[in-house]
Design a protein around this ligand. Structure first.
Ligand SMILES: [Zn+2]
Length: 469
């Protein structure tokens, strides 16, 4: 699209909005906004925001210009951060102030992509066979584009929300940049992003199966990452004169005891709500077990059956698993050191020190030394707010019909953890539905269905109006 300038689209939309009567201004054509959404997605994809050869500051500056053109005051627009290359974009859409603001969150940076690995240029938006291809279409420039487009549409329609709507598009989520944008904003510019709650489009989301919209996951909790090392030491010696004490044997025995151990089950409110919804789409026997967990009648046998599925096991309890191993220094020497890395994913609210004490008790060998290798960042579960969940349900129904809205606890960690840790509830979902066997985030030929992107624009618009009226 040579010579094409996406900002002109916004300008003509605004010109349109002033020329027509207020009643007509309420009825802007969705197709016009789909086109604006496509232009915004194109600009985001074609602005390289990788940590190596790109930067987020250029993308943030383009957004400042775009929002200025749309009539946002310069004082409400920020291109901000501690380093010149990795700034964050923050815009405040002023509302009536009846309630505390809502914060909309996505990250601007993307994972590296090699042109040689891809069928198409990862930093061009390619339209092919009903898909948009490009690095970040799934993770998470597609979601960011739905938020940007919705704010511009609401502004063009002169919508006055009942609270400020803040949009923060941040740097450094994918790693490789010197800092995490959300963490930096909380530490240095908390007033810019302080909110009653957060919608993070980089978690949860819609699932499609065989072309059908099956469910919309809303991430309301996430497990907490915490690693420890286990180290066995020994004086060593010549391997021709072995003794019964041996660093590798000590460590191996400790790991064997760990392998046979399960942390106690502790289903929280989010997990119970998840099993309630998941029961509706599971086989009768599994559904019965899920309902028993949800209503508090599950026994040891129930939990044992469900725990055979890794995903359900991870929902029910804290897990700690050996992930790396090293030991010995020569083929012909008794080992002086053997070391394992154990990675824990703790349930929200779990105390890392208590988890370490449990591991020490299970290992049951004072010759094996446990040491934390990081500082766990707590991430308390967000309350299942009926107001928010019913709005999501109503908007989803308006676009896709009655589909289940499923609260989830993510077993990995997201940017939501910094905000949850700061006391702000976070709900992770976007309106972009992805076929369950077409998850390409971080992979090659990353893509989204154009129809799913357009639906997400309509969903986000509908939802934001419901949440701010
Ligand atoms: Zn992401």
């Amino acid at each position: 699209m040579t010579g094409y300038h996406p900002r002109c689209l916004v300008a003509s939309l605004l010109a349109c909005a002033v020329l027509v009567s207020p009643a007509v201004a309420q009825q802007q054509s969705p197709t016009t906004f789909h086109q604006l959404g496509h232009a915004i997605l194109r600009e985001l994809i074609e602005t390289n925001t990788t940590a190596s050869s790109g930067n987020t500051t250029t993308a943030a500056q383009q957004l400042v210009s775009r929002f200025e053109d749309a009539g946002f005051p310069a004082a409400d627009l920020q291109n901000i951060g501690p380093t010149p290359k990795n700034r964050n974009f923050v815009v405040r859409y002023r509302g009536s102030g009846a309630h505390k603001p809502v914060l909309l969150l996505a990250h601007l940076d993307v994972v590296e992509a090699n042109r040689a690995d891809w069928t198409y240029d990862p930093f061009q938006l390619t339209e092919q066979g009903g898909y948009f291809y490009g690095r970040g279409t799934q993770d998470v420039k597609g979601g960011a584009a739905t938020l940007i487009t919705t704010l511009l549409r609401l502004k063009a329609e002169k919508w006055v929300p009942d609270r400020d709507v803040i949009l923060a598009l941040t740097a450094g989520e994918e790693g490789g940049m010197p800092y995490n944008g959300v963490e930096w904003l909380i530490k240095n510019k908390r007033d810019l992003i302080d909110a009653e709650y957060v919608i993070n489009v980089d978690a949860g989301g819609g699932e499609m199966d065989n072309g059908k919209h099956t469910m919309l996951d809303v991430q309301a909790a996430e497990k907490v990452f915490h690693s420890v090392s286990l180290t066995a030491t020994n004086p060593g010696g010549h391997s021709s004169l072995p003794r019964k004490d041996n660093a590798i044997y000590s460590l191996a025995a400790a790991l064997d005891r760990l392998a046979k151990f399960d942390f106690p089950v502790k289903p929280n409110a989010v997990v119970k709500a998840y099993f309630t919804k998941a029961a509706a789409v599971s086989s009768p026997a599994v559904a019965a077990d899920m309902r028993a967990v949800a209503n508090g009648t599950a026994n040891a046998a129930t939990f044992a059956r469900l725990s055979k599925t890794p995903l359900y096991n991870a929902q029910l309890r804290t897990t700690c698993v050996a992930t790396m191993l090293q030991g010995g220094h020569a083929e012909n020497a008794l080992p002086q050191t053997a070391k394992a890395t154990v990675n824990c994913r703790m349930l929200p609210g779990e105390d890392p020190k208590a988890v370490e004490q449990t591991l020490i008790r299970v290992i049951n060998d004072t010759a094996v030394h446990l040491a934390p290798t990081d500082t766990a960042v707590p991430s308390p579960a967000s309350p299942l707010s009926p107001a928010i969940f019913s709005a999501v349900e109503a908007s989803a129904k308006a676009i896709w019909g009655p589909i289940p809205i499923v609260p989830t606890m993510e077993t990995g960690a997201t940017d939501g953890l910094y905000l949850r840790n700061a006391g702000v509830p976070v709900y992770g979902f976007s309106g972009i539905f992805i076929p369950i066997n077409d998850v390409r985030a971080h992979g090659k030929d990353e893509r989204i269905l154009i129809s799913s992107f357009d639906d997400a624009l309509d969903f986000t618009y509908d939802l934001l109006r419901r949440l701010t009226r």
